[in-house]
Design a binder for this molecule. Structure first.
Ligand code: ZN
Length: 131
């Protein structure tokens, strides 16, 4: 199984992350308009102020995210390619036997990479006894 995904996957993932980063800002300004008053401003005035503030802040956040999008996706793709190469080079362990029958004829049925959260991926092989 390859680690690399389609361009659409990375674009969608990045956009989803952008939404997750921006949504709290939008919600903050909505709550701000409900719970704050500046010099007896009307609900409408506070709503307009919050909407303007929200749009201004989001404009810069989205711009910064857009500016980093290509480089970030390229970095993700390079990491996925490195994982694919690591998986391709991984050699199945030898010199072990089946726990049930002690046979040494074990067949690899699955080979995968697992990220254990230590910054490195380790190969995981699953075997099936051939006897
Ligand atoms: Zn066996």
């Amino acid at each position: 199984m390859s680690c690399i995904q389609t361009d659409d996957f990375y674009n969608d993932l990045y956009d989803l992350m952008t939404i997750r980063e921006c949504l709290p800002v939008s919600n903050h300004w909505k709550e701000y308009a409900k719970s704050n008053r500046y010099m007896n401003a009307s609900d409408e005035a506070m709503g307009r102020f919050a909407a303007f503030s929200s749009e201004l802040q989001l404009h810069f956040m989205k711009g910064e995210r857009y500016a980093r999008k290509s480089a970030t996706i390229r970095e993700w793709q390079n990491e996925a390619r490195a994982k694919d190469q690591q998986l391709e080079k991984a050699q199945a362990p030898r010199n072990f036997s089946c726990r049930a029958c002690s046979s040494r004829t074990m067949k690899v049925i699955s080979k995968d990479l697992h990220d254990w959260g230590e910054g490195t991926c380790r190969s995981l092989f699953l075997f099936e006894c051939s006897s």
